[in-house]
Ligand binder design. Sequence first.
Ligand code: IMP
Ligand code: MG
Length: 180
Amino acid sequence: MRTVISADELRTGIASLARRLEAHYQGQPVTIVGLLNGSLLILGDLVRELRIPVEYDTLRVSAYRGEATTAGAVLVEVGHVPPVRGRHLLLLDDILDTGATLHAVTELARGWGALSVRTAVLLWKRDRTRAGFLPDEYIREIPDVFVVGYGLDYNRQYRQLPQIVEFDPSIPAARQGLPS
Ligand code: IMP
Ligand code: MG
């Protein structure tokens, strides 16, 4: 199993992100909206690490379809608008790859009446992100490799791993040291 980020490194990375967010928002009202399913674990760990009052909410979004490792159309759930009027909004996702997902959600969120709309991601594949879109906050840059664990999946599997590991769909999971 090729570990890209260990559980310990995740903890320290999330703690430093929390300190940057505390300094940025200075106790003003902030709502963190995590994009499901990928950001569920980091959302839970980040809000418990923050020492400022914070609300959190979620939005169901998907970009990858089934067994593909390339992005499909961005689908955002309809029917739920996080109540962020008069509050700062931080959109949180597991990874910024092409940027299509966060770009689409940011555009949508601009209509929700928040005081500001910013983005934070755990991982950033900077080389793959199309020009002009960058995350406001990120924990770690990674090269163009497919990774799973700590919320990130391959075909809905491996999200539960406590660390982030490289994954090659052409090699049986057991041979990569992954539960199968
Ligand atoms: P984007 O829209 O291209 O930026 O892709 C963002 C979404 O693609 C993330 O929320 C993930 O669901 C998925 N994704 C991108 N890269 C990876 C990866 O290496 N492993 C698992 N999921 C990924
Ligand atoms: Mg995702």
